[in-house]
Design a protein around this ligand. Sequence first.
Ligand SMILES: CC(C)(COP(=O)(O)OP(=O)(O)OC[C@H]1O[C@@H](n2cnc3c(N)ncnc32)[C@H](O)[C@@H]1OP(=O)(O)O)[C@@H](O)C(=O)NCCC(=O)NCCS
Length: 180
Amino acid sequence: MVSAVNPARLNHTPPRAYNRRWKTMPLTFRLARPEEYNALESFTIDAFGPITWLRTADVTFGPLNDLDWRQRWQRRFRKVFDEQIVLVGEAEGEVVALATGTIDRDALLGYIDLLAVHSNHHRKGYGREMLRGMLAHMKSEGAVHAHLECLATNAAGNALYASEGWTEVARSLRWFIKIP
Ligand SMILES: CC(C)(COP(=O)(O)OP(=O)(O)OC[C@H]1O[C@@H](n2cnc3c(N)ncnc32)[C@H](O)[C@@H]1OP(=O)(O)O)[C@@H](O)C(=O)NCCC(=O)NCCS
């Protein structure tokens, strides 16, 4: 059961260097509502489109059983929305960012799955704020550590996590084959 988020508990004070280019409204955070599903699905998949490995696989292997990368992403998003914490970030009443994840209550470890900023609003500081908002939410739910995965080719994501003080603990490769 996820509870409403108290913005007062979310500490997202930007570092001094970041303040200089902070021209946008700070985000306010709340859990997603069921009626927002289509809009959230659409901007999340649009944001991931340029970097997702599902699309790269399609270039070589084509649609999988007639499902192209976007359709497969839609199926993934359905599962995310049904099973994970889905936190959204609003600026001036508009949802501009989303983060999703789960918490391992035994290890007190938060798993951030998706982090996406609406492509109309990239490079305004919302990705950094949304990441901090999700960490604050997970902390308020008892998490002590957090984990996420990011493709090595995702320069924006990796620069963000490194600049926020995350530690790289492993690298992995994704392999694909048409079963002979
Ligand atoms: C990654 C993402 C969430 C960043 O959101 P954003 O709001 O555009 O990023 P911010 O404005 O908060 O920038 C924060 C930092 O991220 C890094 N960054 C963001 N965009 C970048 C880019 N295009 N190239 C390089 N670094 C970038 C920078 O370190 C930046 O700090 P700086 O502005 O001080 O240089 C956004 O690009 C996105 O939605 N991408 C698609 C989905 C995705 O890749 N999610 C993460 C998967 S693990």
